[in-house]
Write a protein of this length. Structure first.
Length: 265
């Protein structure tokens, strides 16, 4: 589970790059009941659920960039993490910089092109809500080389991993837990896919968020009713819950999940 008690390598922030902040705010407000706190001068807005920061959105500035969600992982030292990324074969896309005293951040690509970021807390520690309805509950990497992804992120963040065979010939899903944490702190997964299946990024690896929702089907109706689309599902995954893969009106992918009820004691 993702918590707001952040440890090194755990998901701690999430933002969307979108061509229109106001339009993105309307869409996600309608889907997740998020309220928007806009910082016009910064070209950035915070999405809040019950007054707590659930995610954020910033204006796409890079020419040709596609709209996408960016996952941030907690670090105690963004500069040291940037050095490690380069040593391990990744790329520094945005060198570490301070964000008005709120924290220090940097953006990277892993060796398969998967883009991610780190957040070194300042006044802002990270998300204010997680693993509750209408908030982040899981992070997932689709990559062309799961073994190398495990090596890279394992050395970078100290993640521990375990393999979960998928039904039929679905391959293996790699479960990810922050360094030194119990299984209950498992926060994400890695799934190997052929490059031709990663059409949204032209074959490049990518991270996407999974948002918990109280009712998957009702949420899908909100998504399609507000200009989004459903790529896969809804379907029931044993022991996981009811989920669907979705795309917002700007092309950013995400998953919604109604978690399965825990078994009765």
């Amino acid at each position: 589970m993702i918590t707001t008690d952040f440890v090194p390598g755990s998901p701690s922030w999430l933002d969307l790059g979108a061509p229109d902040i106001a339009a993105a705010s309307r869409f996600y407000g309608a889907v997740f009941d998020w309220e928007t706190e806009t910082y016009e001068d910064a070209g950035y807005a915070i999405f809040r659920s019950g007054g707590k920061a659930a995610a954020a959105v910033g204006k796409l500035e890079e020419e040709g960039a596609r709209s996408a969600w960016m996952s941030y992982f907690h670090t105690d030292d963004a500069d040291a993490t940037a050095q490690a990324v380069e040593r391990l074969g990744g790329t520094v896309r945005a060198a570490p910089f301070d964000v008005d005293g709120e924290g220090r951040m940097a953006q990277f690509s892993d060796p398969q092109g998967g883009q991610f970021a780190v957040w070194q807390p300042g006044k802002t520690v990270g998300l204010g809500i997680a693993d509750e309805p209408n908030s982040l509950c899981w992070t997932e990497l689709y990559t062309t080389d799961a073994a190398d992804a495990q090596r890279f992120y394992g050395e970078l963040f100290g993640w521990t991993t375990s393999d979960m065979p998928l039904p039929g010939d679905g391959g293996t899903y790699v479960l990810v837990t922050p360094a030194g944490q119990p299984e209950e702190r498992m926060h994400g997964g890695i799934m190997e896919m052929p490059a031709e299946a990663l059409t949204a990024t032209g074959g490049r690896a990518y991270w996407h968020p999974v948002f918990a929702v109280a009712d998957c089907d009702a949420t899908l109706a909100r998504i399609t009713g507000n200009g989004g689309s459903v790529q896969m599902g809804p379907e029931d995954a044993e022991g996981v819950g009811r989920l669907a893969v979705c795309v917002d009106p700007f092309g950013a992918g995400f998953v919604v999940l109604t978690p399965a009820s825990p078994p009765e004691a």
